[in-house]
Design a protein around this ligand. Structure first.
Ligand SMILES: Cc1ncc(COP(=O)(O)O)c(C=O)c1O
Length: 474
């Protein structure tokens, strides 16, 4: 691969004072004709013509790497290709220019999209009620945790049920959401296979437990085949089971959170359904629940009545979690993706994602250790520890060669972790190129690796300084 990255010495936009000659001349205009009381001081904003703004952002985009320019193997972040028809539908003025306060009769098509998406998500998850409100995976988790909290509050058990159990392989947002929802977090270890340690679970789940939060397949890309036993352990103590659906891409149409015994689920639509995850948003994380929790999820929920679709703004016992109707653009992309694929292709996408992860695992296994034995689902975690090369340095090598790096140092239970999620939208050639880069990286000395990158627009950042001296504006 020959790597070329655009390099511009691009200033901050506030330093781009590039006024036109006409605007400069216009400063000399005599505006004394306007009474002083009607004259405003000029607002303090940069004076930049539209074409310079467009050129500024175009230049920045040319220095960038994206799913539209190449393979983006971030594990856990699911950066699969974002189909253009979904973007096109989301950009249609009929949808994008609707005012959120428009009367229901005038936005029946939009309500139909939301209604159908609710129905699709119920079918995919085998759950009974869905709210489309939450705006990101972490917010979906918080919503789910608050639903669980309300459930126990209404049963008069909240003072007793103070704990949420989380496996040590969990995504960091899980314990954070549990704590934000007012619970204590109890962490349990994984066993040698990367699965929940059942003895530790039996010990941890007591009548103080409100819920177990878990993702399956987990962040190691491993499907926990003990899930029905896990559900039984949790339910036998009167606690609930929360499904972090961020890894749903691996199981679409093959199994479901409902079949596995879960009570509350969030979906990361911005991972599985046509919006790539990384890059800071926007996201959408609808939450689905079983019938006994249906009154607790935030509205509005779209219903279909005799005279059309309407918003059920029922007084959810939880109140609202986001303004208006959630991230409608992301919901719309997910709806069009599900509709376009249909159940057979969604299932096939999951098979492809799993096949690709296992192909890649095999290809890199002679250069880096695959973290746990056995078949993987959608993603694979490798460790560069034994190769004597740091995961960070391997990542910099891959970036220097013109490909995006995988996620590094997550999950925390694997040392020098490289977490790779090829997804179904990757070619065999991309995966072979990636595996070759891993091979080349471990063939370089640690010192040679540390000198990289040299081909990129920015050199190696001082991570510690960046984390400790957060200066977000100049
Ligand atoms: C397993 C898992 N859970 C939860 C999340 C949180 O999702 P979000 O980043 O949208 O808040 C992620 C995000 O990568 C994830 O991978």
């Amino acid at each position: 691969m020959t790597f070329r990255q655009a390099r511009y010495d691009e200033p901050f936009i506030k330093d781009l004072q590039s006024r036109t000659t006409f605007e400069m001349l216009s400063e000399d205009y005599d505006d004394s004709i306007v009474p002083a009381t009607m004259r405003n001081a000029s607002p303090n904003v940069p004076e930049i013509p539209e074409y310079d703004v467009v050129r500024h952002f175009t230049r920045l985009s040319q220095m960038n790497y994206s799913v539209d320019t190449g393979f983006y193997p971030l594990g856990s972040c699911t950066m699969k290709f974002n189909p253009k028809y979904a973007d096109k539908i989301a950009s249609m003025p009929l949808f994008s220019e609707i005012h959120p306060l428009r009367p229901e009769w005038s936005v029946q098509g939009t309500l139909q999209v939301m209604f159908e998406l609710q129905e699709y998500l119920k079918e995919i998850s085998d759950m009974d009620e869905v709210t489309l409100q939450p705006l990101a995976g972490a917010q979906g988790e918080l919503t789910g945790v608050l639903v669980i909290r309300k459930y126990f509050e209404l049963r008069g058990e909240l003072s007793k049920r103070r704990e949420i159990v989380v496996p040590d392989s969990a995504h960091g947002t899980n314990p954070a959401s549990a704590a934000m929802g007012g619970f204590e977090v109890v962490e349990i270890p994984s066993n040698d296979e990367g699965l929940v340690d059942l003895d530790a679970l039996r010990y941890a789940v007591t009548d103080r437990t409100a819920a177990l939060m878990i993702t399956n397949p987990n962040t190691l890309g491993i499907f926990d085949h003990n899930i029905l036993e896990i559900a039984e352990i949790v339910h036998s103590k009167g606690a609930l089971l929360y499904y972090d659906g961020a890894n749903l891409n691996a199981i679409l149409g093959i199994t479901s959170p409902g079949l596995m015994g879960f009570d509350v689920v969030h979906f990361n639509l911005h991972k599985t359904f046509a919006t790539p995850h990384g890059g800071g948003g926007p996201g959408a994380a609808p939450v689905a629940v079983r019938r006994n929790l249906a009154d607790l999820i935030p509205g509005p929920i779209v219903r279909k009545g005799e005279s059309g679709y309407y918003l059920d703004n029922r007084n959810s016992k939880l109140g609202k979690i986001a303004s208006f109707y959630g991230s409608f653009g992301v919901l719309l992309r997910a709806w069009s993706y599900i509709k376009r694929n249909g159940s057979d292709d969604l299932k096939m996408n999951s098979y492809r994602a799993v096949l690709n992860a296992n192909y890649l695992a095999k290809k890199i296994s002679s250069d880096v250790r695959i973290s746990h034995p056995g078949l993987k689902k959608h993603e694979v975690v490798a460790s560069s520890e034994e190769s004597g090369r740091r995961a960070l340095d391997i990542a910099k090598f891959i970036i220097d060669a013109g490909m995006h790096a995988p996620t590094v140092y997550f999950p925390l239970i694997v040392k020098e972790a490289l977490m790779i999620e090829p997804t179904e939208t990757v070619t065999k050639k991309d995966m072979d190129d990636f595996a070759n880069l891993i091979h080349e990286a471990v063939s370089l000395s640690p010192e040679e690796l540390r000198a990289l990158p040299v081909n990129t627009a920015s050199g190696r950042l001082d991570d510690v300084k960046a984390a400790k001296e957060l200066i977000l504006k100049r």
